[in-house]
Write a new protein. Structure first.
Length: 223
């Protein structure tokens, strides 16, 4: 039986950085499910699909083959044979991923892929609905969050470091919009699972977050 850890939480809480490091330390596979939604979003943008049109969306989804591959432990997203990992972090893709992930057909498309991975491997899966919908029986569930101000500040510093022009105020607005959409959609909204451990990272360093995740995992594994 594989050991499954679900980490859910809002955008920019530092989930992926912390989860990646924790997975490495535990010898688990890190699964970034947001990247899967982003991969589908990229296809929908490229094809100009009207996602509010059910038939058009269905037709587009049928043309999409999403695969995940690992190169030296790093997750790559393969869209119809093309490695699109470097193309899915733009604001346009973020926006489309947030909107299209509210569509039931899109969520259904990724459900099996996510469950199959978790059934096969010890995974640390990062997303919005992993503990509530995808892996309700996960061995450990963590809801990782931080204040909006802190998340905006972190994203701002990250972008500045990359030399990208941006305003902290605008980032904050985008985060608030995405939070609202992710939390209020009808299907699989972002909510803390009843049995999830809440981790507010606003005043924690990355090292402290990783340490806490690995400690919780080790506790559960040896229970
Ligand atoms: O984690 P991220 O920012 O890369 O995710 C991109 C979008 O995908 C985000 O707006 C919410 C959505 N998402 C989701 O609905 N369910 C998941 N399990 C992961 C991401």
């Amino acid at each position: 039986m594989s050991f499954n850890i679900a980490i859910d939480g809002p955008a920019g809480a530092g989930k992926s950085t912390a989860a990646k490091l924790a997975a490495k330390e535990l010898g688990f596979i890190y699964v970034d499910t947001g990247a899967m939604y982003r991969t589908i979003a990229l296809y929908l943008l490229r094809s100009g699909t009207d996602i509010e049109e059910e038939a058009a969306l269905q037709a587009a989804l049928e043309d999409i083959d999403v695969r995940i591959s690992y190169e030296q432990g790093v997750q790559h997203m393969i869209l119809n044979g093309e490695d699109v990992s470097g193309l899915i972090r733009t604001p346009e893709v973020s926006d489309m991923a947030s909107r299209s992930s509210a569509r039931p057909a899109v969520r259904k498309k990724l459900l099996d892929l996510q469950r199959q991975l978790a059934a096969r491997e010890d995974v640390l899966m990062d997303g919005r609905d992993i503990g509530t919908a995808i892996l309700p029986k996960a061995d450990l569930k963590i809801f990782l969050t931080a204040s909006v101000a802190e998340r905006a500040r972190r994203r701002f510093l990250e972008m500045k470091e990359k030399g990208e022009e941006c305003s902290e105020e605008e980032i904050r607005r985008e985060i608030e919009e995405r939070d609202y959409r992710d939390m209020h959609r009808e299907i699989s909204p972002l909510v803390q699972a009843e049995d999830a451990v809440l981790l507010d990272t606003s005043d924690m360093t990355l090292e402290q977050v990783v340490e806490r995740i690995t400690a919780l995992a080790k506790e559960k594994m040896h229970a």
